[in-house]
Each structure stands twice: as C-alpha cells, then as structure tokens.
Ligand binder design. Structure first.
Ligand code: GAR
Length: 218
C-alpha cells in the first residue's frame, strides 16, 4: 500500500494539532491523521486527538534509558501507521540522526521564529531582548541538525513596542495555525519536496526563507 496520511508528534497543548484536525475536518487537508504520539503523558493535545476520534498514543521518553532506544521505539511505532508524512507539532525533543534518516524528506516541523534566527527555546523572549522588529514562524523539513533543514514557508509580523513575550507568542501562534496546514497540504498533494537541502514548490526552488507570508498575506 502507498503510505497515506500523517502521524503527528506532540509534547504539549496541541493547538497546532488542533489546527491540523480542523483542516482535515474542513477538507482543507486531504488526508487523515493516522495517529497522534506524545512523549508526555500529560500533554493536553492527547485529549484533542481523542475528541476527534484519532488514536492517541503515549510513548514516554522517561521510560527509556537513552535517546537511541527511545528514538528506535518511536520510529517503530510511526512505521506501524505507515504515514506519508510525519508532522512535528510542538514535539520538544532532539531527534537522533538515525531517526531523522528514516523519515528525511517526509518529516516537517514548526518553529516559533524566522529560522535560521532564534533556533532552540524561548524564541519570543530572545526576539524582544535583541530588539527584533520582525518575528514570526517557520515550517521546515527536518534534517539531523536542530531547527535546521530547508524552509518551506515563513509568516512574519512586525514587533511593536508594546509586545511582550506573551503577546508575541499569541500573535505568532495564530500565524503558525495558518501556515502549518498549508505546508501539510502542499506535501500531501506532492507540491513540495526536499532536494539538495532546498525546498521545491511546484518544481521551483524556493529561496532560503521558503514561501513567504507577510502579516498572513502572500
Ligand atoms: C509552538 O509554538 C511550536 O512552534 C513550538 O512549540 C509550540 C507548541 O504549541 N515548537 C518548537 O518550539 C519546536 N522547536 P502547541 O502544542 O500549542 O502546538
């Protein structure tokens, strides 16, 4: 059988997962979520999956001795669902190179910053501390390096003098919910692919930023 649909990995609240569920339910995303996997038992996103009738699986990283064993179990679990696409929706774990190699070219991540700026954690605090005037979110293909890999799409906003890390988080999250379903559907429709460490959209090589939305508009 040809791989179908998605497996979505989460660690927390799952608002991006919810945007994907909503996209599937509205028809904006054309293939189903086969399973949601969380490395944390208390991730609120698990209830979102269950409410939508999607298998929700906990694979607790603290039950494994090291990263290699966890990642091997995670890969085995994902393969069981045979997805076309693996979606990291707030999955807050570093992935080993062996794991990434198994899904390279068909695993995407969302990050709350304009990569390559502000890789890692606390992106909104750091953007404000550094006086950034523009900020946003990025969807990118996952490669072995953390928050690296070719950008697919970015959405930017202007940082105002009244922004705090919390207001920025809220504003950026709204952009995330807009661009993640778009990138997912592009992949499921075979409109995008990763080649030579760049993203191609409809056969055209995108620049390093990926496709670009300014304040939510192309
Ligand atoms: C999102 O802001 C996502 O970009 C971020 O975690 C949050 C998850 O929120 N991911 C990363 O920082 C990955 N480097 P959610 O659980 O409500 O979707």
């Amino acid at each position: 059988m040809t791989p179908q649909g998605m497996v979505v990995l989460i660690s927390g609240g799952g608002t991006n997962l919810q945007a994907i569920i909503d996209g599937v339910e509205s028809g904006a995303i054309s293939q189903p979520i086969a399973a949601v996997i969380s490395n944390k038992a208390d991730a609120k996103g698990l209830a979102r999956a269950s409410r939508a009738g999607i298998p929700a699986v906990i694979l607790d990283h603290t039950a494994f001795g090291d990263r290699a064993h966890y990642d091997a179990a995670l890969a085995e679990l994902i393969h069981r669902f045979d997805p076309k696409l693996v979606v990291l929706a707030g999955f807050m774990r570093i992935l080993s190179a062996d794991f990434v190699a198994q899904f390279e070219g068909r695993m995407i991540n969302i990050h709350p910053a304009l990569l390559p700026e502000f890789k890692g954690l606390h992106t909104h605090e750091r953007a404000i501390a550094e006086g950034a005037t523009r900020h946003g979110a990025t969807v990118h293909f996952v490669t072995a390096a953390l928050d690296d890999g070719p950008n697919i799409i970015q959405a930017t906003l202007s940082v105002t003098s009244s922004d705090t890390p919390d207001t920025l988080a809220t504003r950026v999250l709204a952009l995330e919910h807009q661009i993640f379903p778009m990138a997912i559907e592009w992949f499921l429709q075979n409109n995008i692919c990763m080649k030579d460490n760049r993203c191609y959209l409809n056969g055209l090589c995108l620049d390093a930023n990926g496709y670009h939305l300014e304040n939510g508009t192309p």
